[in-house]
Write a protein that binds this ligand. Structure first.
Ligand code: URA
Length: 193
């Protein structure tokens, strides 16, 4: 059963000491949402609110992410499986270090292996560079589909924290681009058999 296997990975994370982040975290942040979803979103790392609650994307950025999904009729709880490149919060929300990402990667790979999502959203620069070897930044590659594991398609998208810092909705602005991307994601989602 997928549930049991996920539970056993989660239990491994609870006692993981492969990097030093276990020392400063309050909770591990394993995942949220639907395990049978065709759509997976991979964010960066837990922040303060996520560390406190053990759930990914529950702070301001998470609330915006929920609205973005709702705008095309997708429910965060029922239609998306959400996780991060790291299970533990880096102190002061600093960027994940390469050795932390490497240490945590096996858990994420096993989540992907079990769920075999058809579409994977790489949310922000850290998730992008964890999966796609490109010299181009998120602004250049967002909205494009790349080949992912198990025949899936992966799309880099802006991180909602970036959208919170860029409030304009003018044509060509980050928020406007996200609106284009989420509509394309919904089209691809609806087209899945
Ligand atoms: N930002 C992320 O990338 N992930 C979270 O879970 C919360 C904020």
């Amino acid at each position: 059963m997928i549930e049991d296997e996920l539970e056993s990975i989660k239990n491994e994370c609870l006692s993981c000491q492969k990097c030093s982040l276990w020392k400063s975290r309050t909770n591990i942040v394993f995942s949220d949402g639907a395990i049978n979803s065709k759509l997976m979103l991979i964010g960066e790392a837990p922040g303060f609110n996520e560390d406190q609650t053990g759930k990914p994307f529950v702070g301001r950025a998470g609330q915006l992410l929920d609205k973005i999904f709702e705008s095309v009729g997708l429910s965060r709880e029922k239609d998306v499986y959400i996780c991060n490149t790291l299970k533990c919060r880096p102190p002061n929300n600093r960027d994940p270090l390469p050795d932390e990402k490497a240490a945590c990667r096996d858990y994420l790979n096993r989540q992907i292996d079990l769920l075999k999502p058809r579409l994977i959203l790489l949310c922000g620069r850290v998730a992008l560079t964890s999966f796609i070897d490109t010299p181009l930044g998120i602004t250049k590659v967002r909205g494009k589909w790349f080949d992912g594991p198990y025949g899936s398609k992966m799309m880099p998208i802006f991180h909602p924290s970036y959208l919170l810092r860029n409030q304009s909705k003018a044509v060509g602005s980050p928020k406007w681009l996200m609106w284009q991307d989420i509509q394309e994601i919904k089209r691809a989602y609806d087209a899945l058999k």
